[in-house]
Design a protein around this ligand. Structure first.
Ligand code: TXA
Ligand code: MG
Length: 347
């Protein structure tokens, strides 16, 4: 599969989009799997390739704020302020859609998600293509998002014809999604633009997922809000430091194979300290298939999170163990992703 490394070949990618083909491209958050948002056949191909159910909406990416009138029926003043402040950037606004928008984009709802990304290659592609690009994260449905071109290639193999390679995504987790169709902004998916940033920008507090019961009652489909999402294949457990130590000290045996269970670990605590309660754990290097020391800086943790999860997932362990993170605003979006990655794990 051709990896496009040269920015001058962006027009080739735009031609692919015009022909109804799929193009993966970098954004500052994660890679997107793009299709012409005005072409129903291309949108059908997008859903089929991603393996996403048809009633789940996708975000439409635009080159600039000025283009939103083609897609957005109305925008309250506070949303205008958010757009002016955070676009181009890692923020998606859910707005009332205009008539011509395909139900394939919106999952049949009367709203649409819009975003102007900040990544220079994404902006070049959008300007060259000159239309809206519908793009979910470039991963198979329910799996970990891709934060580099190699990961996109691993997810889709030959199913897509073009990947624009922009290296690693600097933010690393998906955009903050804010529903701006009501009197108050409502955060549907936390991201690097925080509740505090929203408050500082518009002087209104946002309704956030942890205290939001109204939205689930409306039963609107937001796949990133499915309880299990962003999940590696290997079961993942979130444990605090003392539980992690106990876990690593206790050599559980797989009932079927009779082999000692092995672990891949992402932790703030250094490995020596984690395994000090167990001499065997320290010396038996088959027990821990991969250890990654996590950054204590939330921006760095987020940037590396999905690449780290993939590395742990590929290490052949029976379980991925992740040391619990702080409960503070800076870590909120990361906690959201880790909890969803851990949701289906049973011990
Ligand atoms: O950072 C990002 O947002 C990345 C990059 C590629 O832009 N995109 C991304 O797309 O994460 P996706 O499809 O994996 O997640 C977008 C989320 C989904 O949970 C989708 O349901 C929600 O946005 N969404 C899109 N349109 C919506 C709408 N009209 N109402 C409610 N949720 C919507
Ligand atoms: Mg996604």
């Amino acid at each position: 599969m051709p990896l496009i490394l040269d920015q001058s070949t962006i027009s080739l990618a735009a031609e692919h989009l015009e022909k109804g083909e799929l193009v993966a491209f970098p954004t500052e958050t994660v890679y997107g799997l793009g299709a012409d948002a005005s072409n129903e056949k291309a949108l059908q191909k997008l859903y089929a390739t991603k393996g996403r159910p048809g009633n789940h909406p996708v975000i439409v990416h635009l080159a600039s704020f000025e283009q939103i009138s083609d897609w957005c029926l109305e925008l309250p003043d506070y949303a205008r302020l958010l757009a002016r402040k955070f676009w181009p950037g890692p923020m998606t606004l859910i707005v009332k859609k205009t008539k011509h928008v395909s139900p394939l984009v919106t999952g049949g709802q009367d709203t649409i998600g819009l975003r102007v990304p900040a990544h220079p290659l994404a902006l070049m592609l959008l300007r060259t293509f000159a239309g809206g690009i519908a793009a979910p994260s470039a991963n198979k449905y329910g799996r970990i998002s891709s934060t580099c071109a190699e990961h996109v290639a691993q997810e889709f193999g030959d199913e897509i014809s073009v990947i624009i390679d922009g290296g690693s995504c600097p933010v690393g987790i998906e955009s903050t999604i804010i529903d701006v169709t009501g009197t108050w902004p409502r955060v549907l998916r936390p991201g690097s633009i925080s509740e505090q940033n929203i408050l500082e920008c518009i002087g209104l507090p946002a309704i956030v997922p942890s205290n939001d019961t109204g939205y689930t009652q409306k039963q609107i489909r937001v796949p990133g809000s499915d309880k299990s999402h962003y999940a590696p294949n290997t079961p993942l457990l979130l444990l605090d430091k003392s539980a992690l130590k106990v876990f690593l000290a206790d050599h559980k045996v797989d009932e079927k194979s009779n082999n000692t269970l092995s672990y891949a670990v992402l932790a703030f605590t250094v490995l020596n300290e984690l395994t000090q309660v167990s001499a065997q754990a320290r010396t038996d290097n088959t027990l821990i298939t991969e250890y990654i020391q996590a950054s204590s800086e939330p921006k760095d943790y987020a940037r590396d999170l999905y690449a780290n999860l993939r590395k742990l997932d590929n290490s052949g362990a029976n379980y991925i163990l992740v040391e619990a993170i702080q409960e503070s605003a800076d870590w909120f979006a990361i906690a959201d992703r880790l909890q969803r990655a851990a949701t289906n794990t049973k011990v």
